[in-house]
Design a protein around this ligand. Structure first.
Ligand SMILES: [Zn+2]
Length: 256
């Protein structure tokens, strides 16, 4: 541990690679987040998905509240964040977090540099779907497991008003379309597709299938059809929407 100004930093190359964790909460709290949230999430994500660490050491900045987050993002990175929770900056090789909003976004952002290192061609829907899935997560039978969260009510609303695009459309979205044309449903739709696959016990199978054949199936749509054993994806969307409408925040509903 070392102290820079009012910041505490932790780095243990053997244990916590590939991150340096820096924060302005009390030292014990920063250490607790480094061990409890970051190391746990990295271990669990690597257990199921990722073999390689990001190529470079990344800094995880844990700012204690909104004021510190705004101030230091400007001072250290000359940046104005577009999100109150935190983000991953590839240029700065940093995860920059307002940790006062909770650890969920931190786990979400940890997924991105690992995806970059292990599946650089991963389309935005899966990168954000998986990140979002684990922004509300815990451990089930030794594996990382996503739970229903705050993105659910907005998605249910969009389903009711028939604003959710076809899965063929979602999976084909490039970065610009996914992020810029997000009418509030892209993240949530991707998340609850991943959630559905997880609850059906198909998420890891899908990920591995897609990773193996992404050169011929760059969007993942065919891999999705194969893993779901579903030729008619419009029909699948109807049953998925019904499933999502039956979910409640904070409850697990198993798919039969
Ligand atoms: Zn993200």
């Amino acid at each position: 541990m070392w102290i820079v100004d009012q910041f505490f930093a932790f780095h243990d190359f053997a244990q916590r690679s590939p991150f340096v964790v820096v924060g302005d909460e009390p030292a014990e709290t920063v250490k607790w987040r480094a061990d409890g949230t970051i190391k746990w999430a990295v271990d669990k994500l690597k257990q199921d998905y990722f073999t390689d660490d990001p190529k470079e050491i990344l800094d995880i900045w844990l700012f204690k509240d909104a004021a510190s987050y705004q101030k230091h993002t400007r001072l250290l990175f000359n940046d104005t964040p577009t999100t109150p929770y935190g983000y991953y900056s590839r240029e700065e090789k940093a995860l920059i977090m307002n940790i006062g909003t909770g650890g969920g976004t931190l786990v979400h952002e940890i997924v991105h540099p690992f995806m970059e290192a292990n599946f650089p061609a991963c389309p935005p829907w899966l990168n954000e779907g998986l990140g979002s899935l684990y922004e509300q997560c815990g451990e089930e039978e030794g594996h990382i497991h996503g739970y229903t969260n705050w993105r659910l009510p907005g998605l249910q609303q969009a389903i009711k008003s028939q604003r959710v695009p076809a899965f063929k459309t979602l999976t084909a979205m490039d970065t610009g379309t996914f992020y810029n044309d997000d009418r509030g449903t892209n993240y949530a739709q991707a998340r609850y597709l991943c959630y559905y696959l997880q609850e059906k016990g198909l998420l890891l199978k899908f990920y591995r299938e897609f990773l193996a054949r992404h050169k011929t199936d760059p969007t993942g749509f065919q891999s999705l059809q194969k893993v779901l054993a579903e030729a008619d994806m419009d029909k699948f969307k109807i049953s998925w929407e019904k499933y999502v409408m039956g979910l409640k925040q904070g409850y697990e509903v198993r798919v039969q």
